[in-house]
Ligand binder design. Sequence first.
Ligand SMILES: CC(C)(COP(=O)(O)OP(=O)(O)OC[C@H]1O[C@@H](n2cnc3c(N)ncnc32)[C@H](O)[C@@H]1OP(=O)(O)O)[C@@H](O)C(=O)NCCC(=O)NCCS
Length: 317
Amino acid sequence: MQFEILDLRHFSASSLRPVLDEESRLWSDRLRWDYRTSADLLLQYLDSRVLPGYVAVENGRISGYVFCVYEEHKAIIGDVFSLSSAAADVQGQLLRHLIELLRHSPGIDRIECQLLLHPHGLHAEIFREAGFKLFRRLFMELDLSHFEPSPSRPALPEGLALSTWRENDFHPAGYLIADAYSGHLDSFINDQYRSVGGSLRFLHNIVRFPGCGLFDPASSRTLTRKADGSLAGVLLCSRVRDDVGHVTQVCVGRDQRRLGLGRRLIEECAENLRGRGFRGLTLTVTEENANAVELYRHVGFVEKHSFDAMVWDRSWR
Ligand SMILES: CC(C)(COP(=O)(O)OP(=O)(O)OC[C@H]1O[C@@H](n2cnc3c(N)ncnc32)[C@H](O)[C@@H]1OP(=O)(O)O)[C@@H](O)C(=O)NCCC(=O)NCCS
């Protein structure tokens, strides 16, 4: 298979459209996501010609692409995709080129990548050879037409109030996320979780920006400590298709765990969505986060797909 790898910034959005259309189909089949909003966002960035990345060109046509975004000293490889008959090879070459570029960029100290669409192990060797650490993540789904909430719900602990997400929960949620994930494996995979500032950036992407579906405040829940207004728990849900919700965040404060609150947040979300005619609720979880995986299984989520998260840090050398 003959193909050339060229700089993404030289190409217009329209030349990538056939690749993105095919990718959107796969997102829908494999993950039940409507990828069109994300694809449109990507096309806007492509037209501004600032997105670092590469395209594969076969017989004069673009057959694949890879791109990344920068966040201070970190690069996040956003996606890789190819519709070539040798897609895995083309994707592998695209990834090699981008990883090489980033590792030789003195301003970049860290690279993160989650290839949600691609099955676990597909590009593992390329990342391992380049010094990345890999973590298997699960994509799980709850069929809302068969969902039954727990028959008996324990009363909420004294001093906590359960509410629908409000805009003024934004800052308290940043504090809760940074605390809930301190020392947690997921903060090794996504370093935004390690600080309040990073957690607020994460929230910004989820709540105010259509980066991961469209935020759905009506099914998102908070647990507020009545005494000081701080949060003891949060669940954020986005709409990834007309009838499918996706949990982008669920966490409970350390002092309130194992009381059934995580389960309560998920069940509240699922009930809200079911009542509004949604058919499914999905989420992703790191396989090693065994408590969370166990909790999701108890609620009725089943594993539909698994993929890899990769991290590289210059300080490891
Ligand atoms: C995962 C998390 C939200 C669970 O919240 P929680 O309020 O402690 O969960 P619950 O009390 O509702 O637990 C429900 C079930 O989960 C399982 N579980 C939860 N914590 C557990 C633990 N520490 N050890 C073993 N099982 C545990 C139990 O099987 C429990 O089952 P039960 O219904 O038989 O009691 C919470 O631990 C947390 O915030 N962790 C850090 C952030 C995180 O990992 N979020 C998920 C990312 S995908």
